[in-house]
Write a protein that binds this ligand. Structure first.
Ligand code: SIN
Length: 484
């Protein structure tokens, strides 16, 4: 941490109502690559979370009364500051989360791009007029901010997942309370410092950091002053949070787990497919919900694809993300390594063959070797579960319908990918995949202009794009009568 250009970005306290709040106890933030203590952070809980909701409620009237253009100026300042401090923000992110520095820099730019996008998009919240059923009436539609937005975000994207939600909320005129993951509070607090410098008024953007996930989550999902709750994380936790939100009928958006298929057809450009699969599988050591989870390759090209893919994965440098050239950093914690190891062992017992890796890495307790498995079937543990680690199962198939059926045979429906050239096939497969997002000859689909989100048990709502504002707006219908 001593290598930051601006040490003021390293914060230890929750940011509530425009000031930094200490609590009685502290918790440790640890570098997952080395196990070293980075810093102790003040441990906020239920009381601080309630205070943050109260502050967001008090700030709502003034913030929502500003014009979209006024809010855009402040959001644009925030975007500029994030990009000015990209190196420091990336360093903080790598140290607390583990991803390689180059990827962390990419995440800062990605997170900032949502702030830039929504600063502009907020100016385009148009209403509507609708022809009325009788001449004495007029029907007018206006859109208004939902109110106080609460969020819980994960450790895998400590900056971008907050930015994607907060930018849309603030642009729409809502105020925001965020609880980042306990493992990665520092990136969120650095964002709060920059929000303050950008001139975003106290109470509009609040960050509470603490270990009491249950207690804080209860406040954020059940508090009557919270109008909307948004979550990124696992499907299992998402279901519990949706149930909690039901008690006060909150507007909810959920970005949950995935089991992304990556299909390579026999007419595909194999080299391009290998590149797409590498980036979509091994980004963040496989710890993203849009990471490829299962590769399906058509029988005739399976050997050619697999040889090239394995040769490329074998080149990956694994290690501490701050080291030059590292492609695969640590997993977030030892129990995550245990989980992927078990998936691999159980699948090997069921008949899968290890082509590469398949073991823990000597780089440290939290590292797992990038792994490729063949002779996998769709019902093996490594294919049926969300892996969230650097493991690639390869499954072969013969026909288009067979692979669409296998790809869809999961409760998840977030991201999917396929490589093909035949235009008829491209449309059939794109329409046949039961997923919210389909990468066609493309392995990296996330960006601020596109609607990110899933179907089935992968969630509801969309983030980013022109659609991303809708989740933070209410439609109000004005019926004007007596006009004849
Ligand atoms: C996620 O894993 O939750 C988000 C990944 C992305 O935005 O690309």
């Amino acid at each position: 941490m001593n290598k930051l250009n601006d040490n003021q970005l390293l914060k230890q306290y929750s940011y509530i109502n425009g000031s930094w709040h200490s609590s009685e106890t502290e918790f440790a933030v640890v570098n997952p690559a080395t196990g070293e203590l980075l810093i102790n952070v003040s441990n906020a809980g239920v009381i601080e979370t309630e205070l943050a909701v109260k502050s967001a409620k008090s700030a709502l009237k003034a913030w929502s009364s500003k014009s979209a253009a006024e809010r855009a100026v402040l959001l644009r300042n925030w975007f500029n500051l994030m990009m000015e401090h990209q190196d420091d923000l990336a360093r903080i992110l790598t140290l607390e989360q583990g991803k390689p520095l180059a990827e962390a820099k990419g995440e800062i730019a990605y997170g900032a791009s949502f702030i830039e996008w929504f600063a502009e998009e907020g100016k385009r919240v148009y209403g509507d007029t609708i022809p009325a059923p009788s001449g004495d009436k007029r029907i007018v539609i206006i859109k208004q901010p939902v109110g106080v937005v609460a969020s819980i975000t994960p450790w895998n994207f400590p900056n971008a997942m907050i930015a994607r939600k907060a930018a849309a909320a603030l642009a729409a005129g809502c105020t925001f309370v965020g609880r980042p993951a306990t493992q990665t509070p520092l990136s969120a607090l650095a964002m709060a410092e920059l929000a303050e410098r950008a001139g975003i008024p106290g109470g509009v953007f609040n960050i509470v950091v603490g270990e009491d996930a249950k207690g804080m989550g209860k406040v954020l999902t059940e508090h009557p002053d919270v109008a909307k709750f948004t979550f990124t994380g696992s499907t299992a936790v998402g279901k519990q949070l949706i149930a909690q939100c039901a008690t006060s009928v909150k507007k909810v958006s959920m970005e949950l787990g995935g089991n992304a298929p990556f299909i390579v057809f026999d007419d595909a450009d194999i080299d391009a497919a290998v590149q797409g699969a590498l980036v979509s599988k091994y980004r963040n050591a496989g710890q993203t919900c849009v990471c490829t989870n299962r590769i399906f390759v058509q029988k005739d090209i399976a050997q050619a694809f697999t040889d090239k893919f394995v040769a490329a994965v074998a080149q990956f440098k694994i290690g501490n993300g701050v080291e030059e050239g590292v492609v695969i950093g640590p997993m977030i914690a030892k129990n995550a390594v245990d989980d992927v190891d078990k998936l691999v062992l159980d699948s090997v017992k069921a008949g899968a063959k290890v082509l590469l890796g398949g073991v823990r890495s000597p780089a440290g307790d939290n590292f797992y070797q990038p792994t490729v498995l063949t002779q996998v079937t769709n019902d093996m543990p490594v294919a049926a579960n969300e892996i969230f680690g650097p493991i690639t199962p390869i499954i072969t198939f013969e026909t288009e319908q067979e692979v669409i059926d296998m790809a869809n045979a999961t409760e998840y429906g977030l991201a999917s990918y396929f490589y093909a050239r035949d235009i008829g096939r491209i449309w059939r497969v794109a329409e046949g995949l039961e997923y919210g997002m389909v990468g066609i000859n493309e392995g990296l689909i996330s960006n601020a202009a596109a609607p990110f989100g899933g179907v089935k048990q992968s969630g509801s709502g969309r983030e980013g794009s022109k659609y991303g504002l809708d989740d933070y707006l209410e439609i109000k219908y004005l019926c004007m009568g007596g006009l004849s």
